[in-house]
Design a protein around this ligand. Sequence first.
Ligand code: GLC
Length: 528
Amino acid sequence: MLVSTSEWWRSAVIYQVYPRSFADADGDGVGDVDGIRAHLGHLRDLGVDAIWMSPWYPSPMADAGYDVADFRDIDPVFGTLAKAEALIEEAHSVGIRLIVDIVPNHISSEHPWFKAALASPDAPERDYFWFRPGKGANGDEMPTNWRGEFGGTTWTRTPDGLWYLHLFTPEQPDLNWDHPDVRAEFESILRFWFDRGVDGIRIDSAALLFKDKTLPEVREGEPHPFHDLDEVHDVYRAWRRVADEYAGDRALIGEVWMPEVERFANYLRPDELHAAFNFDFLGCAWEPRLMRECVDRTLDAHRAVGAPATWVLSNHDVTRHVTRYGRLDTTFSFDNNLDGTTVDLSLGTRRARAAALLSLSLPGGTYIYQGEELGLWENENIPPESYQDPMWARRGHSRDGCRVPLPWSADEPPFGFSSGDPWLPQPPEWKDLTASAQTGDPNSMLELYRAAIARRRLEDGLHRPAMAWLDLGPEVLAYTRGDRFACVINMSGSPIPLPDHETTLLASGPLDGDRLPQDTAVWLRLTA
Ligand code: GLC
């Protein structure tokens, strides 16, 4: 049974399951709920506290399930509601909580609300969306020139001449959050899942819900018409009240992409969300000064509102960090497309190992994106005709390379993922990265993650907020947590001496005598 119910989200290790690509039990090449159930042992042995499940609801899959047609059911490609309920129960029985993904900014164009809205100009459902007349003499110019979140335009004209807003694809019409029915519906959806025992909600595109009704253009120096409008906080206060009605500390975790860290922290005030993804850290270069500044900036902002920080290296939207850290430019941003640039995968893997010890020992919660524990890299060799991501057509970048099905076993694709053809091709080189090939190999990424998470559980200091920097020079990140626990990461170009210590608890790679090689991290028990 679950170990503790008090504020578990403050220092949890949360594993993101991307259901299409985790494990396929029925052989159609797409992962499913039964596949996840069959591999729960992997997550139990890894030692994670919770699973965040990317959307599994009925969907036409215009955006891989982030276009939801019914929030109260499961897409047949993934299974049934009964199977989802069984998974929640089975996860709980091995001590793993489950977080579902709710997408409040938009729904699928196949959702009954949007179908009703399109069917008649007088339908009350029209007000649940952003239908507006166009500009120009014939109304054939879009109401605004807003650029979509995937690139491209944000309005589509309907047969009766009006336009509707979609910050993502035309198949994802934006909801009108000024309408009370929209608010009521989502509170009811939260209850639907909380009633089924889920432990938290990941909130998609959490800062986009409100739009300036006067529809101004986006202009430098002026308030943004659809990013981070103040009204959004009222919605999350209401959601918090719903979450607080339930026993067991149900958590709300926001996807908030926000360059200004103070604005970001507003979402984490005590009566709003419990946590939010730290994309500042995810996008940060593998560079000691920048990393240290990022950690300080993160901790200061969270301290101010009493919320736990989060440490995120990868997810289903971004280039896998083994690949990022193996490039010359190690940053990530959607506006800086580095696809196909030279990558040194062994350097990237070495740094990813060190980054695991970093992200698992900083104060707060740590997120693991499925496959990160296997050291998977971005598959940059998918033929463009196989791309399914709608971002590809709009931005010339596809997120499919990080969504490739997991390799579980065997020497060649589909590596035990499926008995059929995986929906995206797996690199044959992953034969050394399957879960079964890595199990028991003390040098594998998988065993490193298992050992680090197991150690994290034992270290009381890692579950408290305190952290102090150790000064080992400008090229080294080093800090203590709790009772003489220290993490040291050498980001310089040559080995460094380790501080006085009693024991080496864990190392991301072989030590050079008593010296720490470059791009290597170590967890130490310092001398008393
Ligand atoms: C979020 C999701 C992403 C999706 C988008 C639209 O950013 O993480 O995968 O495409 O929202 O829902």
